[in-house]
Design a protein around this ligand. Sequence first.
Ligand SMILES: *[C@@H]1O[C@H](CO)[C@@H](O)[C@H](O)[C@H]1NC(C)=O
Ligand SMILES: *[C@@H]1O[C@H](CO)[C@@H](O)[C@H](O)[C@H]1NC(C)=O
Length: 330
Amino acid sequence: MKIITVLLFLTIANLCYASSWQEELLRPKYESTYAESVASNDYFNMEKHREEAFSSGFQTKVPSAPVLVLEPMQHACQFRIYNYIGQVLNTYSRCIEVATDEWWIINKPYDISRHGEDLCKQVQSDEVFKNGNFSIISFSDGGMLARYLIEYCHFDQPIRNVVTMGAPLNGVSAISHQKRSSLFGSILDWIVDKLIKYEFMDRFIIAADYWRDPRNVDGYLHYSRFLAEANNEVNFDEDRKDAWMHINHGLFVKWEDDTTIIPKESSHWAIYDQHFEVIDRHDTILFQQDLIGLQTLEKNEQTSYITLPGDHLKFNFTQINDLILPTLRM
Ligand SMILES: *[C@@H]1O[C@H](CO)[C@@H](O)[C@H](O)[C@H]1NC(C)=O
Ligand SMILES: *[C@@H]1O[C@H](CO)[C@@H](O)[C@H](O)[C@H]1NC(C)=O
């Protein structure tokens, strides 16, 4: 009986993912004007924006800390933003591809720990990055890899500045684009809530690493593959907190109309309560008990929170120049 249920789940899950998650999370349609212009290697535009950045008073003589760019997983560094950042900040900048060649049904593409470990080795073998004191700018689930590097990868000096843009920092509680209130959405979410409990099926659960069922907090704490521990909600480890407390500055960017990260406020460390109402980060246990130092950092004005208009990953050079680069120069 159990086997049949499991097979049924698998079939439904496969169908659902093919039509929904796989489409949206693994092959996202980036509508960003920025992404479009750079995906086609539009260096002419890049030059123009670089001039803009220079003329708006950037001091490029003093090099900023080197910058590691982490684009969304399987994204193959398409934004090419490392190039731009390196030029404008007069520093070493590199984008490292993660999970680009993997096929979701064979591997577990969203295994943050496995990809994080691999990434950690690559960063540690980079001549410039290997001792730490470099900054990170990350996009979408690249932000979870940034978390992995900060909390689980060892460097002699702490990581300097951290920018996450539209990251599911405190987990996701619904499947993108499918509202819980719709029939399809609620069925999908029900399946995921159930499936998450079958360990061997986690390869099919793209976001199992940071899935958070707000009606089943115990289940989340028990089954979460990455987030609960990274948040120090289980297996508390002072080192993970220390690592965060030693960063120079953290900038967390949320998109106002983000339809991929649900709740979108997760990009600002917020979560849902059991009625799917947003709990502000200040009211979470994570913040109140200062489990990874976010409260301390905020008190010391070492974090900033900004909201950009539009949907997931919609950004342009002006925003990068005005809102993001100042943090990377700190
Ligand atoms: C870390 O990087 C910053 C910015 O580049 C620099 O000012 C600082 O001296 C570096 N710290 C160490 C310990 O190298
Ligand atoms: C960049 O995006 C912002 C917000 O959507 C918009 O106000 C601004 O005009 C855009 N800038 C350019 C140069 O497209």
